[in-house]
Design a protein around this ligand. Structure first.
Ligand code: PMP
Length: 405
């Protein structure tokens, strides 16, 4: 389809939600090709989703195999892929025997499920407050939006869920928030992705664990972006310095990288949070269907069998070192292959536009931050190509900002 045609069709037929500067037709590894046949290096990975890159043989054969066998039966019945995936997720998260898994379709839906857990835990105790952190992103559905404290996202949809409270991500604010003893749960991203790949203050998660225990509240981690291997651990709460040895959260939500491009999300519970739902209280027609479950199980098996988490850690460090040496970069944040690149000046939107012109996909979660979340499979050639294209985009953006200044 010609350029003009697809843009007209997109405007005419799709909900107007912004974006869509390119139409992509195919992908292979870390590259995607647009309708003009132009290759782009994809270092955003569909916003931290394409953990094995594009058209990976493991992904392709898992989809084909299971689609030809059994795609969907609903949660009125069990399927082997769902059981295999749940067992694997419990093991990777370290839940032990009393862990449980709920499979859904996306990050927002996983967080909706976690919000219902918060109510089930809090209501009998007379605790209704649900805390989240300034800068948090938990999703766009009304519940998840209620704990995503950004005026531009929330205001048009008010009124939202009652008794959701935002606190600053500081140890003092955390302490203060639990003082009234009315908290049912706190939602925390171990690293805030949409805020610009922002890390929590030292000791924050450990203190949250201590306070939630003392005040009988749930500690719910949103690992939609950080989970499933993205940070070099299966879940970011397993990174050194996050939680004291032997400590675990009450629930962890996941999505994105787990399906490597196949839509799947869900929730893992630990200990007491595993018994909160009773039959009839919750479910999802598509959630954890055999097709999605088999793909996610095969993707995670491949990451395990090939030792890809070690590559995530190693390539993350390599990228951060190389990127830090570029002019205009003031530092990096994040873990593994979830990296925020801090710019000296707030020209991130311009950098993204120049990058795209030069055939590189990245995004700008904040005016002074570029986010990259490449495939777990990246190696030297992709990293060298990235540094070249990203360096060019930085140069072009800083030159155009100087001429317009
Ligand atoms: N939580 C976090 C931390 C996220 O980054 C996102 C998506 N960016 C979501 C929840 C929502 O996930 P989804 O778009 O799959 O509903």
């Amino acid at each position: 389809m010609s350029d003009a045609n697809w843009k007209v069709a997109a405007e005419r037929d799709l909900m107007s939600l912004g974006g869509r500067p390119r139409l992509f037709e195919s992908g292979s590894g870390s590259y995607v090709t647009d309708d003009a046949g132009r290759e782009h290096l994809d270092f955003l990975g569909g916003i931290a989703v394409n953990s094995l890159g594009h058209a990976h043989p493991v992904f392709v054969s898992a989809v084909a195999e299971q689609a030809a066998k059994l795609a969907h039966v609903s949660n009125l019945f069990a399927s082997q892929p769902q059981l295999d995936l749940a067992a694997r997720l419990k093991r990777l998260a370290g839940t032990g025997e009393d862990g449980r898994v709920f499979l859904a379709n996306a990050g927002s839906e996983a967080n909706e499920t976690a919000l219902k857990l918060a109510r089930l835990h809090g209501n009998p105790r007379g605790k209704t407050a649900i805390l989240s952190l300034a800068g948090a992103f938990h999703g766009r559905s009304i519940g998840a939006l209620s704990i995503t404290p950004k005026a531009a996202y929330q205001d048009p949809f008010a009124p939202l869920l009652p008794d959701t409270r935002t606190i600053e991500p500081t140890l003092d604010a955390l302490e203060h928030a639990f003082a009234a003893d009315d908290v049912a749960a706190i939602f925390i991203e171990p690293i805030q992705g949409e805020a610009g790949v922002r890390e929590l203050p030292d000791g924050f998660l450990a203190r949250a664990r201590e306070l939630t225990r003392r005040h009988d509240a749930l500690l719910i981690l949103d690992e939609v972006q950080t989970g499933s291997g993205r940070t070099g651990e299966w879940f970011a709460f397993q990174l050194p310095g996050m939680l004291p040895d032997g400590e675990l959260p009450d629930a962890v939500t996941f999505a994105k990288a787990v399906g490597a491009g196949f839509p799947l999300g869900g929730l893992i519970t630990f200990g007491r949070a595993s018994d909160l739902f009773a039959p009839g209280m919750h479910n999802s027609t598509f959630g954890g269907n055999p097709l999605a479950s088999h793909v996610a199980d095969r993707v995670l098996a491949h990451v395990e069998d090939e030792g890809l988490l070690a590559n995530v850690t190693r390539r993350g460090a390599q990228l951060r070192e190389a990127v830090s040496a570029l002019p205009g970069v003031s530092g990096t944040r994040g873990a593994g292959l979830l990296i925020g690149i801090a710019l000296e000046r707030p020209i991130a939107a311009d950098v993204v536009a120049h990058a795209l012109d030069g055939g590189l996909i990245v995004n700008a979660p904040a005016p002074d931050t570029i986010r990259i979340a490449p495939a777990f499979t990246v190696g030297d050639p992709e990293i060298e190509d990235f540094i070249r294209r990203f360096g060019d985009a930085l140069n072009a953006a800083s030159q155009s900002s100087e001429t317009t200044a």
